[in-house]
Unconditional design. Sequence first.
Length: 263
Amino acid sequence: MKLLGNNITTRFWAVWIRNWIVYLRTWKINFLPPILEPILYIAAFGVGFRLLVPEIKFHGIEMTYVQFIAPALIAVSVMNSSFFETTYSSFVRMYYQKTFDAIMSAPVSVQEVITGEIIWGTARSVMTAAVMIVVLSFFGLVPWPEAFWLLPAAVLGGFAFSAIGMMFTGMIPNIELFNLPVFLFITPMFLFGGTFFPMDGMPLWAKIVAGTMPLTHIVNLCREICCGSVLGRDAIIAVGYLVVFSAVFYPLALFTMKKRLIK
C-alpha cells in the first residue's frame, strides 16, 4: 500500500516490529527510568523547593511547584526518549550493528527504514510517557480523564523529536559528535523551555527564543491538558507548531539519511 510517495509503503512497519522484538528482550530495564525519574524529581523538588516556592501561578491557576513541573517532566521524557532513540540507538544500528544494511537486503527502501525508525522513536516516547503518567497519578499530579490526552501529545512530540534526531543521525559522522546537538539543542530547551519556571517573567527576547523551541510547545501542551484546558490557546498553538515542525524535519530526515546510506 502506497503511503507517502513511491518509495514508502506499509513495509516500514516491519522495521518497527523488528525494533519492538528486540526491545522486549530488555523491557524491564527500559521501564526503570520512567518509573524512577518522576519519583526522584518529586522527592527533590517537593522537599527542596517546598518552602522556597510554596505556590506558583499558571494562567491564573494557583498550584504547588511540584504540580507545575509534573507535566513538564512528561514533556521532557517525550523529548529524551524519542531523540536519543533516533540518534544514539539508530546510529548504533546503522553504523556498528549494520542492521540497516541487513534490512535493506530485503524489499524495503531506505525511506521505509528511516520512517520505521522514526515511528519506533515515537512509540518509545508514548510508552515512556504512559509509564510516567501512571507514576505521577499515584501522587495526584495528573488529572483524570484529561490525562488520556497526554498520549496524543506524546505522539506529536515524539514524532517531532524523532524526525529531527534522525536528521542529526544523517549528518553526524561519528557517535562522539552527538554531544554537539545534545549540548546546543537539547540542553538549552531543557533549561529554558518553561520546564522549571514560568516564562511570564522572562524578557521578550527570551520568550521569542523559547517560542522557537519544540520542547516549549510540548511543555505548554502537557501543562494545558493537566490544567483541564485541552482546547486552550496555548494547546492549539502547540499542536500547530508540532505539526509544522514535523512536516519540515521528516522530509529532511529522509533526505539526509538517504544521502548517507546510498553512496
